[in-house]
Every structure is written in structure tokens, then in C-alpha cells.
Design a protein around this ligand. Structure first.
Ligand code: ZN
Length: 348
């Protein structure tokens, strides 16, 4: 949105804009023009409360959405919660260190610049003292997040966000190798922003004070012998009855491809669809009914329109509380013959 504002201003008054750019520090200009993205409930439950304002403030260094900066922090180290080598101390095998995995040497190069923990000034390369304590510390989120924002801006985040994020991961000379990473980060960022318009819900949504994709296993019931596939317990009980009826008709049970989906799994799925150029095929992370344990993806023929198993499900599943949402039907906009939900009427 900020870019559009700049473009419009440039068309109307190029001289005035040039004067502003000359007079104002770039960071201040960006901060004044940047449109704030409201954190989604998923962002509030996933991002440590002390880091959220740091991401938001640091992103003002250029037209970098804070959600993307936070997406990098999530993808790199789960916001510093990872216990892998190089996060809280030292460096990983490639030479990356701290919550934002800055290169401090080795294969990763030294994009941080100088020692990983050092007095400032001077600022060397991208490592900065973000919180003004006189130390640039690659392990301190207050410094590392500011530095990551500066590095992403340097990589061209305000002109080509995807390439900048890819370069952050794979190095500025090799963005193609980082595109999968970039898609994952952009999918995380998508889930961190409150949608401007409420998304059309096709199921009953929240229950039991849980957040989407963060339901403890003990609050769900298994629906297959391995216990890998789980649903909310009333949905699981209804599914067992539906499955028995299906088995009586077809001689074998319903084949289950996917059921409850954690938040992180939703991020992975969104990224894999985006990677294939079909972002719209996956829900925004934190909004899927799979994250509520109330949706199933089914196979064994149900996953194709016009088959006997699919038609049987259309005719019989509603009696067991299961239905195929309108948006997933043939001509429904986002055809998913495999996707079934529990708990709302067949009319939706
Ligand atoms: Zn599904």
C-alpha cells in the first residue's frame, strides 16, 4: 500500500516527493507511510509478545511488511525458540547464528560483520545495535531483527519481496535456490496478517478455548488404527458411524488422507501450493477447518467427482453430520471433492 502511495505522489508531485526524500531519513519516511497490518489471532498466539513490537518497528526500515520479517523469524528459528545449534549461542554448520540466523562466518559468509557480539560503534555490514544498549549482539532479537530488516531492505525487499526473501536464505547471488523458502515465509506472513475482509467460513470454527492448529492431542480423538488421524471427539464419533455405513456399502472403510492439521502443517501446505503457483488452493494458515479438527480430506474414489463413493457420500454423509461445503463442489470456485466438514448443515 505504501508503494502505491509513493507512486501516486510521484505522479502528482515529483518535485515535492524528491524534496521529502532528500530532507527526511528514509526510515522515517517509510514509517510514516507504511500501512500497519493488524496481527491475526494466529500471529498473536505464535509470535512471542516481546518480539511482535520489534518486528513491527524494524520493518519500517523500508516497505517491508512486518509479517514477512516475522515470517523469516518463524522459518529460521521458530522466533528463537529452536534449540538447534547456533540459535542461542555459537553457529550452525553453515556459520549462521542467532534468532534470524545471520551469517557470522563459514559458508554463510559474514553478513553480520565483525564479531557476533561487539561494542558499537562501529556498525559493520548488517549487524546493528537495535535496542541502543551499546552492543550489537547477533543472539539478541532486538538487534538481530533490526539487522535482518536492514539486510532484507538491502536485498531489495521494497521492489521484489519474494526474491529478497529468497536471497536472505540462499545468498544474494543465488535467489533461485531460495524460492521454496521464500514461498514458505510468505505463507507464514499471510497467516500473520488479519484479513481485510473476514474469510468465508464453511464450518463452525473455534471451540474449547483453543487456537486454530494448536489443539492438544488429548483434546482430539483418533479415527484410524494408528491414531495418526484425529478429529474433535464428536466429529470422530460421527465419522465412525459414517464409516460403518460406507463399509457396509463398499466392503472397505473410508480412506483418510488428512484430518486435524497443525498451524505449522497449514503453513507448509500453503507454501507447497504457492510453490506450484496455486496459493488459493490452501487456506490462509490459522483459518482452515482442518485446524479445528473438523475437516477431513478423503480418498478411495471420494476424491473424484462422479464416482460411486463420492456420490454415496453426497447422499449419505449429511445424515451423520458430515457435508461437502459449497465452495468445494463442482463449479463451487475451489473444487475439492476430497474435502469434507463436520458440524454445519449441508446447505453451506
Ligand atoms: Zn481439506
Amino acid at each position: 500500500m505504501k508503494r502505491a502511495a509513493v507512486a501516486a505522489a510521484a505522479l502528482v508531485a515529483p518535485l515535492a516527493l524528491a524534496a521529502v526524500v532528500l530532507l527526511a531519513p528514509l526510515a522515517a519516511l517509510s514509517g510514516a507511510l507504511a500501512s500497519p497490518l493488524t496481527p491475526s489471532t494466529a500471529a498473536l498466539s505464535d509470535i512471542p509478545a516481546e518480539l511482535l513490537p520489534i518486528y513491527q518497528q524494524a520493518a519500517g526500515r523500508c516497505t517491508l511488511p512486518w509479517t514477512v520479517l516475522a515470517g523469516v523469524g518463524k522459518a529460521e528459528t521458530d522466533h528463537g525458540r529452536s534449540t538447534l545449534p547456533g540459535v542461542a549461542s555459537g553457529a550452525n554448520a553453515a556459520g549462521a547464528a542467532g534468532p534470524m540466523q545471520f551469517g557470522i562466518g563459514g559458508r554463510a559468509g559474514n553478513t553480520w560483520g565483525g564479531a557476533p557480539v561487539r561494542s558499537v560503534p562501529p556498525d559493520l555490514r548488517f549487524g546493528v545495535d537495535g535496542n541502543g544498549d551499546g552492543v550489537a549482539n547477533v543472539y539478541d532479537p532486538a538487534d538481530a531483527i533490526q539487522a535482518a530488516a536492514g539486510y532484507l531492505c538491502h536485498l531489495g525487499a521494497d521492489t521484489d519481496l519474494r526474491t529478497a526473501v529468497a536471497s536472505y536464505n540462499a545468498g544474494p547471488g543465488n535467489p533461485a535456490a531460495g524460492m521454496g523458502y521464500a514461498d514458505r515465509v510468505l505463507a507464514i506472513a499471510d497467516g500473520y496478517a488479519q484479513p481485510a475482509e473476514p474469510q468465508p467460513a464453511s464450518g463452525p470454527g473455534a471451540w474449547g478455548d483453543h487456537a486454530n492448529g494448536r489443539i492438544p492431542a488429548e483434546a482430539l480423538c483418533p479415527i484410524d488404527p494408528s491414531g495418526e488421524q484425529r478429529l474433535r471427539c464428536d466429529a470422530a464419533a460421527a465419522f465412525a458411524q459414517l464409516d460403518a455405513a460406507y463399509r457396509a456399502r463398499f466392503g472397505s472403510g473410508i480412506s483418510i488422507t488428512d484430518s486435524y492439521r497443525s498451524y505449522d502443517d497449514q503453513v507448509r501446505l500453503k507454501a507447497s501450493w504457492c510453490d506450484r503457483g496455486a496459493c488459493h488452493m490452501a487456506a490462509t494458515p490459522g483459518t482452515s477447518n482442518h485446524g479445528w479438527g473438523l475437516a477431513l480430506d478423503l480418498g478411495g474414489g471420494i476424491n473424484d467427482f462422479g464416482t460411486a463413493p463420492h456420490d454415496w457420500m453426497q447422499a449419505n454423509a449429511p445424515a451423520f453430520g458430515w457435508h461437502h461445503p459449497h465452495w468445494a463442489r463442482q463449479g463451487g470456485g475451489k473444487q475439492e471433492p476430497w474435502h469434507w466438514e463436520y458440524g454445519t448443515g449441508a446447505a453451506r
